[in-house]
Ligand binder design. Structure first.
Ligand code: 13P
Length: 241
């Protein structure tokens, strides 16, 4: 009897091997949902968020953004938890309410057509700089000069208000990472991976700056070294975070 015939008759061909059901291929929307849940878990596992801190979003098309729900642990989200909003922040679909910081995300998308994803978190060292009133703008490491440049400090504004968008606006066009005074960090990029990696880079750099200053002799790169680095920037293949 052929295998096909046995299957049709319901006979076990391979008794201990489960034949899987056909799996529906993931749609582009499914992929965004999964990415937001995955990178939320990354933020949490790296200690960049605690409790219900932080939020992430992805631009779906010219009219819609998918964003994490408000008030949940970003390390415990499921793909179906995500919320879709229009460019005014009105909910299009989803069971929960969108992040309380959705206005900040939309401001970045409106000002930067090249941006496809935004990540907001409270990583300890970078947030300590933001709470001490210190920008991360000392050119100490060549890698950071090339990939991220200076990370400015936006003035304090209340979380979830229009004022927060206003405080960030002057820095959005020319930076991909901003410290938010007494609050945290926002990073963005062409996709969620790049936006997330920029968050990692900011926190890593903050740790290096702190350690160098603790050693008492944090030496900046000089003007000619910086000029050489800017020339190298266009050639640098790792300009991805
Ligand atoms: P949401 O849970 O509303 O996104 O807020 C978290 C946060 O970090 C606010 O700054």
């Amino acid at each position: 009897m052929s295998y096909i015939k046995k299957i049709l008759e319901g006979a076990a061909v391979l008794p201990f091997v489960k034949i899987p059901f056909a799996v529906r291929p993931l749609s582009p929307e499914d992929n965004i949902r999964r990415d937001l849940a995955d990178f939320g878990r990354m933020l949490h596992s790296q200690g960049f968020v605690a409790a219900t801190d932080g939020n992430l979003s992805v631009r779906m098309d010219s009219n819609r953004v998918m964003v994490t729900p408000t008030g949940v642990s970003k390390g415990m989200m499921e793909p179906e938890d995500m919320v879709v909003v229009d460019m005014e922040g009105c909910k299009v679909s989803g069971c929960s309410n969108p992040s309380s910081e959705i206005a900040m995300h939309l401001t970045i998308y409106n000002m930067r057509p090249d941006v496809g994803a935004v990540v907001h978190a409270h990583p300890c060292t970078a947030t300590a700089f933001a709470s001490a009133g210190l920008a991360l703008d000392q050119p100490l490491c060549s890698e950071i000069v090339i990939t991220l440049g200076a990370v400015p400090l936006a003035p304090y504004a209340t979380t979830g208000t229009h004022g927060l968008s206003e405080s960030l606006a002057p820095y959005i066009p020319s930076h991909n990472a901003i410290l938010m005074a007494n609050h945290g960090v926002v990073t963005y990029g062409r996709d969620i991976r790049q936006a997330y990696l920029r968050m990692e880079a900011v926190e890593h750099y903050a740790k290096i700056v702190l350690a160098a200053r603790q050693l008492g002799c944090a030496r900046s790169l000089n003007d000619s070294q910086l000029e050489e680095l800017f020339k190298a920037r266009s050639r640098y293949n790792g300009n991805s975070h």
